[in-house]
Design a protein around this ligand. Structure first.
Ligand code: AHR
Length: 606
């Protein structure tokens, strides 16, 4: 469980990110925080666009629709996607709902916005009527790939065969998805995540779980079922979430990548706002229990039956539940300590005694005998993380801590110290920051009896619309140009060499080399993981001084073979510079792999 991932919809990591939907603002979702809007849709031909709240909406969840007014010629709508659409010669699966009288055909096409060239189109026979909403489904295979991603989805029709307008809603288009799941995930990003060998997914947040102010927080039951029944959610990261990537999609994600779900439940505290008083907390505790029953209950339970009705009779298992997110912040800490954590904990443990239920802060210090844990978050500087190498050494509790979020967000400063948020942030992970994180993680691995897992945050960044840097993986609409950061490479190396047991190390001294030794029982091999943090050369981007290494594993004899994998990079440079600096594709991390042979006394030297 040592290396996992953490996900929340930030930086358009969900909508416009790993969730493969290509159409932005597909259902005109809105609320008092982010009112429904037409943008980025544009009119085609003589059409005029307006938003309508019809007396007969598509659904209670999607009350607003787009009216296209036109009475002659070809009219329609165009959508530029999430800052582009990657057009390839592959099968796209689309659908849209229409209300209004139209006797004719629609044309759905993928076109270049630069040259107007049509890469592919399909005719869709109209089923439309003014009596009710009708869904239109189609598939589209372009004959040609777009050279760039400045492309749009265009839907047109013959306006002279209408009564002067048509109403549209839930206009969707998916490329092929990971494992071909309907309403599924973007393949390149899923493959990048799979290569990390992540053992768990902490979801759905982060701050995005909490919501900023009442009444909005991440409500599990609004993320379920057919897309037409999903309300939008004003996420905490300044954009509307479609909820297309919902609870079931998270669980499928876990299944597809073999990850353990680590579920965060809302703990009665809004990021900017009030805490639910003790006297009013019970309905929210009940709601968390309902959520767990929805995931795990058999079909004879009310929420298990609800899951089965949605097409998932087989339950999932939840072993880890986190109560809230960073409840120590913003005034929420007082009420958390006084009653909220305990109330959720007691109720969940009463029903699921074997579940690990943990706090979203490290304010609590649970004794060895107590069956609860903590979540440690830290965003800092390379030197600071190196200083944290022995942070967990003196913790007394066993298997109680997860590192739910961490990242190097600022460069070193001569006076040292922790983060100063007023000083801005790195635009992307740098190699020195990555090595600092590696030292910190090695410290956690040395204490794997106390620290059960860690996850870098944030995970994903859409380079066309983001709120937080640095991030682990950066991307655009172009699926061939996803940028894997320096920290990604380190985590891939660490995560794909898991230790099932740590081993004692004799003559252990640290600095500039930090390490952990262990056993990989699955592979029947020893593993030594190390990081060299050479601070004397850390401020220069030239390569560091070489450090001779040697190690002996007890019982290993002369002639035994080992595989040595080394990652190196220039200290202050990073990868996700990508689009921002026009050098996308350049990877500053150099990887070498070689075979070592044990010499006298079974010693490996390199
Ligand atoms: O990872 C970005 C944010 O940092 C998370 O949403 C929050 O938990 C933390 O403060």
């Amino acid at each position: 469980m040592q290396y996992g991932i953490m996900f929340e919809d930030i930086n358009h990591s969900g909508d416009g990110g790993i969730y493969a939907e290509l159409v932005r603002n597909r259902a005109f979702q809105g609320n008092s925080i982010f009112p429904s809007k037409i943008s980025p849709w544009t009119a085609v031909g003589s059409a005029q666009l307006s938003l309508q709240n019809l007396s007969q909406p598509l659904s209670a969840a999607l009350p607003t629709s787009l009216r296209v007014t036109a009475s002659k010629g070809t009219a329609g709508i165009a959508n530029p996607g999430f800052w582009g659409i990657d057009v390839k010669v592959q099968k796209y699966t689309g659908s849209f709902w229409v209300k209004g009288k139209y006797d004719g055909s629609f044309t759905a096409s993928l076109q270049s916005t630069i040259t107007n060239e049509t890469y592919g189109s399909v005719k869709v026979r109209s089923q439309a009527t003014d009596r009710e909403w009708r869904e239109h489904k189609y598939t589209l295979v372009p004959q040609k790939a777009g050279e760039r991603t400045n492309n749009t989805l265009v839907i047109t029709y013959d306006a002279s065969a209408t009564n002067g307008h048509l109403d549209f809603n839930l206009i969707s288009l998916f490329p092929p998805t990971y494992k071909n799941r309907p309403n599924g995930m973007r393949i390149d990003i899923m493959e990048a995540l799979k290569a990390l060998n992540p053992k768990f997914l902490r979801m759905p947040g982060g701050n995005n779980l909490e919501g900023n102010d009442p009444p909005y927080y991440w409500k599990w039951n609004e993320t379920l079922g057919p897309l037409k029944d999903r309300l939008g959610y004003p996420g905490t990261w300044s954009y509307e979430n479609t909820n297309g990537l919902g609870l079931v999609e998270y669980l499928n994600w876990c299944t597809d990548l073999g990850m353990e779900p680590v579920l965060a439940v809302w703990a009665g505290f809004y990021l900017d706002g009030p805490a639910i008083p003790e006297s009013a907390l019970q309905p929210y505790i009940d709601d968390a229990l309902n959520e767990l029953e929805f995931i795990m209950g058999d079909v004879s339970t009310p929420y298990g039956a609800m899951r089965a009705k949605l097409g998932y009779p087989k339950p999932w298992t939840i072993k880890y539940v986190e109560v809230g997110n960073e409840d120590n912040l913003g005034g929420g800490g007082t009420t958390y300590n006084a009653y909220r954590f305990q109330a959720f904990y007691d109720a969940i443990k009463a029903k699921y005694p074997h579940m690990k239920v943990f706090a979203s802060t490290t304010d609590f210090k649970f004794a060895e005998t107590e069956d609860a844990g903590e979540d440690y978050h830290h965003y800092s500087r390379p030197d600071f993380f190196v200083g944290q190498f022995n942070y967990f050494d003196n913790f007394t509790t066993g298997q109680k801590i997860m590192i739910g979020e961490y990242a190097t967000v600022q460069p070193n400063v001569p006076q040292g110290g922790d983060t100063d948020w007023a000083k801005g942030r790195l635009p992307f992970p740098t190699w020195i920051g990555t090595v600092g994180e590696a030292v910190f993680l090695l410290g956690a691995e040395r204490n794997a009896d106390k620290v059960w897992g860690s996850a870098y945050a944030p995970l994903l960044q859409n380079l066309d619309a983001y709120q937080w840097t640095p991030d682990l993986i950066s991307f655009t609409a172009d699926t061939d140009k996803t940028v894997l950061s320096t920290s990604y490479h380190m985590l891939q190396l660490f995560g794909s060499n898991p230790l099932s047991k740590t081993l004692p190390v004799i003559n252990a001294t640290f600095d500039p080399v930090y390490y952990v030794a262990g056993l990989s029982e699955n592979r029947n091999s020893y593993v030594l993981k190390y990081a060299i943090y050479n601070t004397t050369s850390s401020s220069s981007s030239s390569s560091s001084t070489s450090v001779p290494m040697r190690t002996t594993f007890q019982g290993v004899r002369r002639g035994a073979k080992a595989q040595l994998t080394v990652l190196e990079g220039p200290g202050n440079d990073g990868n996700a510079a990508g689009l921002a600096f026009n050098d996308i594709g350049k990877d500053i991390v150099r990887k070498t792999v070689k075979t070592l042979t044990a010499g006298r006394d079974g010693m490996f030297e390199w």
